[in-house]
Design a protein around this ligand. Structure first.
Ligand code: DC
Length: 225
């Protein structure tokens, strides 16, 4: 079967990476976490002091946006890790603070333009499963299979909370839920490429199904794509 590109979009913490990684593994495709790319830009901005609790120095960030080179490598346990200009930043980019910063820098047109350019280049050869917010609408509008995942904010906050706890990142459930709601609001209402389901995407609410059931659902779709 010829290789295709698969777009997986949806709200934060609704299991996009789980289904996307599962599909990539089963199909021998490349998995790309586009959110990690926005997180890497946020980390770059924090480190340079261009983002504070209230402001983003857009002029400086824009001036240096093409200095940011993001890549992915698979570690010895088979997990994909994110590199910022050659440095492994996988752990650092997963904090709530960087997640929030990513949501903020992702509202900037010049940031989106640069990352979409890098993402489209990755997809040129096909055989890519990419998850994010605008993959089916902007990055791969011609993707042969588009999946849009949803789950309730409480279910998503619980998943994110468990994930952060497992990684030893201290946080309360209340803060995690507030963070999920805040990001939903920003992701869906921003001017630039707001999160929305592509007309030809197939939607799945995975609040009450298992990871295996969700992967099987996607594989069945794949065989009909
Ligand atoms: O999926 P994530 O939580 O790692 O994404 C971090 C932020 O990046 C999220 O708040 C929205 C933004 N994002 C985006 O705007 N477009 C994408 N394709 C992926 C992520």
């Amino acid at each position: 079967m010829e290789k295709i590109n698969i777009a997986v979009d949806g709200f934060s913490s609704c299991g996009k990476s789980t289904i996307a990684k599962g599909l990539a593994k089963k199909l021998g495709y490349t998995y790309i976490d586009s959110g990690a790319m926005y997180r890497a830009v946020a980390l770059f901005a924090y480190r340079n002091g261009w983002i504070t609790d209230t402001d983003i120095n857009e002029t400086e960030l824009q001036k240096h946006i093409s200095d940011i080179e993001i890549s992915f490598k698979t570690n010895s346990e088979g997990q994909q890790e994110t590199y910022l200009n050659g440095e492994n930043v996988e752990k650092e980019i997963r904090s709530l603070e960087i997640g929030n910063g990513a949501s903020r820098v992702s509202t900037l047109g010049f940031v989106r333009k640069e990352l979409v350019r890098q993402q489209q280049a990755i997809g040129e050869k096909k055989g890519v499963v990419m998850d994010g917010r605008d993959i089916g609408t902007v990055v791969f509008p011609d993707a042969e299979l588009k999946i849009f995942l949803t789950a309730s904010p409480e279910v998503r906050a619980q998943r994110r909370f468990n994930e952060l706890q497992a990684k030893g990142i201290p946080v309360s459930f209340e803060d995690t839920l507030a963070n999920v709601r805040e990001r939903d609001e920003r992701d869906t209402t921003r001017m630039e490429s707001p999160l929305r389901k592509a007309d030809d995407a197939i939607e799945l609410d995975n609040s009450h199904i298992t990871i295996d059931e969700q992967l099987q659902w996607a594989l069945d779709l794949m065989h009909n794509a």
